[in-house]
Design a protein. Sequence first.
Length: 71
Amino acid sequence: MASAASLLALIDAAIEALLTGGASSYSIGARTVTKLDLGSLFEERRQLQIQAQRESGSGGISLGKMTRHRR
C-alpha cells in the first residue's frame, strides 16, 4: 500500500491538472469517463494530510501542564 505522503502528491497533481485546464470528463464514442471532481479531490487531500501527519509523527495531540502564578 502506498504511503499517505505519496498519495497526497498524486492528489495534488490531479488537482493541479484540473485547475490548469485538464478535463474532468471526456467521451470516446459511446463511452464517457468522469474523473473525480475538485470537491472530492480536496476532501481526499484533507484526509490524506491528516494521515500523513500521523505517519510522520507530527500533528498528534500534545499535553502540557499549566500552572498559575500567584502574586
